[in-house]
Design a binder for this molecule. Sequence first.
Ligand code: CP
Ligand code: NVA
Length: 309
Amino acid sequence: MIKDFITLEQFNTGQLENLIERTIADKKLYLAGKGSAPLTRQTLAMIFEKPSLRTRVSFEVAMTQLGGAATYLDQTSIGLGTRESASDTACVLAKMCDGIMARTFSHKMVEDLAKYSDIPVVNGLTDYSHPCQAMADMVTVHEHFGKLKGKTLTFVGDGNNVARSLATACAKLGMRFILSCPHNYELEEKFFEDLLDKHPKADSLVLHEPGLAVKEADVIYTDTWISMGQEEEKSKRLHIFRNYQVNAQLLSLAPKHAIVLHCLPAYRDYEITDEAFDANATHIFNEAENRLHFQRTLLNVLMAEGGIE
Ligand code: CP
Ligand code: NVA
């Protein structure tokens, strides 16, 4: 049993496929008002070192729907790693709560919370990865195309936390992953080497030319060019990424059936135009909604069933 959800690397294909299938089934039940509430009297502590709309609301609503509660802890009040060590914080929360969700800068901080507590810890985004986002995205792609295997996801933009989790998800779920980014903004070579080591059939590549990268895409994905914590690089990044915008011209080079996804928040007229966003708004907002459905299933498995088998 795996007690935490820190990175997709922890899980095998079958475990991820089960979570996706179960999310789709649970979504139908809850939308029909027939979902169960197995987390009565349980509390999820939600630690945020960075801002959030979707992650905060989806975890909190998921806990409510599961019959439990969530408590929001922001960095300015708890001082994770400054006022109090990760290990002491983890031990105290484990005495009072039943699960922890954390959004931090350093990935090690979430790993430490998991190491020092005996309750489930979920990664709600670190500088390294955003596994809940990638799983909600896979649910969205599965719902739209009816399958994942053999589909191509082209990520246009920065080789960041979201791109890394999507690359891992694609490798494990039989999808082709193409990263189209400026030179020096790729994911690390070591990351791709490790991915190939573990998944020799993984089909992942970097294509710097976006027009070429979207040619066979089923899904075109983008995210902000300036992730949380990179605000000082804003003007430099706006210049470097200017040719990596998802717009009508780029979409005209993609197959007609391709859909655009965005983890949000979107910075319109930077990484995506209004036109490209609005034409895909149904998919993008379903993707946001699926954060709730995936995480509710995940919390059910981790907190009510004891972990991922
Ligand atoms: N996609 C996502 O994680 O959104 P928030 O930053 O608003 O939580
Ligand atoms: N890459 C973005 C994702 C936001 C959900 C960031 O880390 O800020």
